[in-house]
Design a protein around this ligand. Structure first.
Ligand code: 0X9
Ligand code: ZN
Length: 300
């Protein structure tokens, strides 16, 4: 078991993923979907239904280095999905889950060793500023609204779409998953549940369906004693953001339920959320995951 009373280093997280495979060899497998700029493995686990042609749900966390609650909450959910599976709702058991707890491992380690508030990856191509915002590097309205072409910017798009090993690897991997019905990207903070699109105030044709599921997810979080999360699109309730993973998953990979979570809190601690909030945040997040996964399981 992974302790939920602190934020862990990458090696501890990766060891935990390996231990899950050892403990549950029939349901859990792991793999490396690529390597970061500095050569760290981009590890994922698959929690399998054990059936053929299952629908799949994909969850990634830690695309932004400093948002520590995101990997932590996703690991909480991972634990819930792997232990005591007989106690889980039936719809969840028929799904395959793919989980990447730390999509930006170089940045994540850098926030532990050197600069707590680092956001981007750690790529370096010249003498100037280091790092590209991986959530602006996807090939979907790349370098559009809410981005910057300046390498020192926190929302630097990079030299080209998918210039970064991390964003390219995850995109390639998403394309290989059969029957992928939900893509969930986990960030912090602000307590928001964002739905497509982010690049502009444009709604997909099935927006009402996605909104209804998101509303039910947010409601379930409060019903379970969790925090209130506002539902909406990024341009409507936060700001426009082009080149993001969730827009790409929806528009290019064709994943129906594409959501971005901004977990706790609303600004009191911000990125420096105390570890005592890992469990309550993980709990409310799991409630939402159950609702979205159930919708994915029912979708065609
Ligand atoms: O700016 C971002 O990338 C996200 N906010 S954060 O504070 N975690 O950096 C919001 C992105 C919203 N849009 C999509 N994810 N599509
Ligand atoms: Zn983020």
């Amino acid at each position: 078991k992974l302790s939920m009373d602190r934020y862990h280093r990458l090696s501890v997280i990766h060891d935990y993923l390996s231990s899950l495979v050892e403990m549950h060899p029939d349901t859990v497998s792991d793999g490396t979907l690529g390597f970061s700029w500095e050569g760290r493995p981009l590890k994922y686990i698959k929690i399998s239904s054990g059936k053929d042609d299952s629908k799949a749900v994909f969850i990634d966390a830690g695309i932004h280095a400093r948002e520590w609650i995101s990997p932590a909450a996703v690991l909480y959910v991972t634990q819930k999905l792997t232990e005591k599976r007989d106690k889980l709702p039936k719809e969840l058991l028929d799904l395959d889950f793919y989980i990447v707890p730390v999509l930006n491992p170089d940045g994540y380690e850098y926030t532990h060793t050197t600069k707590r508030l680092w956001r981007k990856n750690r790529s370096q191509r010249g003498p100037g500023c280091q790092g590209i915002d991986l959530n602006r590097n996807f090939d979907i309205y790349w370098a559009g609204k809410g981005t910057s072409r300046h390498e020192c910017s926190q929302v630097y798009v990079g030299p080209a779409p998918f210039s970064e090993p991390e964003s390219l690897a995850i995109a390639d991997f998403l394309m290989t998953i059969k029957n992928l019905k939900a893509y969930i990207s986990v960030h912090s903070y602000s307590q928001l549940l964002l739905l497509p699109y982010s690049y502009d105030s444009v709604k997909p044709s099935d927006y009402e369906e996605l909104k209804e599921t998101a509303d039910r997810a947010a409601e379930s979080m409060v019903m379970a004693g969790g925090e209130y999360y506002q539902v909406g699109t990024s341009p409507d309730i936060l700001y426009p953001a082009s080149g993001s993973s969730a827009d790409w998953a929806k528009a290019v990979a064709g994943v129906k339920y594409s959501y971005t979570f901004e977990l706790r809190d609303t600004g009191k601690h911000g990125f420096l959320l105390p570890a005592s909030q890992i469990i309550p945040t993980g709990k409310e997040f799991f409630e939402a995951i159950k609702v979205i996964a159930a919708a994915a399981a029912r979708s065609h």
